[in-house]
Design a protein around this ligand. Structure first.
Ligand SMILES: [Zn+2]
Length: 181
């Protein structure tokens, strides 16, 4: 049955939309592209190639060397927010994760927990495979995941703001970017 998917997958889109509003007012220090992928959850359990279809397709469009780095936002609206470092992101691009968690600590966003908890199959893997250093910011401990109970009442504006302020600081602080220090 189709479901709302409030946290999985509207929450990330909501933060990108608000970042877009902000960037329309205050131009960021470099071009920023928003990628909204479809068919991330299209697959059949156990058949990895049927998941992440949108980012697979984007990865085939020759994106190597086009970007400094990428950050995927997924499942970041949970009212009981606890965002740990994602395992694949931390093993492949720890410098990007370090930047994100350092900024969160500096801003006092305590829902960013500085430890690794899960490895998550997500769009960042296709971006990385296509040559773009990319991580995912994901709060994977969500009891309503992939159920009809994943509805807006399980999410909170504060959770979205927590991620939004961290991303805003990163976008407007090129001196923090990996490879730029
Ligand atoms: Zn999902």
């Amino acid at each position: 049955m189709p479901i709302d998917g409030a946290n999985d997958g509207a929450s990330g889109v909501a933060v990108l939309m608000e970042l877009g509003n902000l960037m329309a007012e205050i131009r960021p220090p470099c071009n920023v592209e928003f990628l909204l992928t479809d068919a991330e959850d299209w697959g059949v359990s156990g058949d990895r190639d049927r998941y992440l279809l949108g980012s697979q397709h984007f990865g085939r469009s020759g994106i190597r060397d086009r970007y400094h780095f990428g950050i995927v936002l997924d499942m970041i609206g949970d009212a009981e927010q606890e965002i740990c470092r994602e395992a694949f992101s931390d093993s492949f691009f720890v410098e990007i994760n370090d930047m994100i968690w350092e900024v969160a600590a500096e801003l006092g966003v305590v829902t960013f927990i500085d430890s690794v908890r899960h490895g998550v199959l997500d769009d960042h893997l296709n971006l990385a495979a296509a040559g773009v250093p990319a991580v995912v910011v994901v709060d994977f401990d969500y009891p309503y995941w992939h159920t009809e109970y994943d509805t807006p009442d399980k999410c909170s504006p504060q959770a979205l703001e927590n991620v939004g302020v961290v991303m805003t600081r990163i976008v407007y602080s090129p001196s923090l970017w990996p490879g730029k220090k």
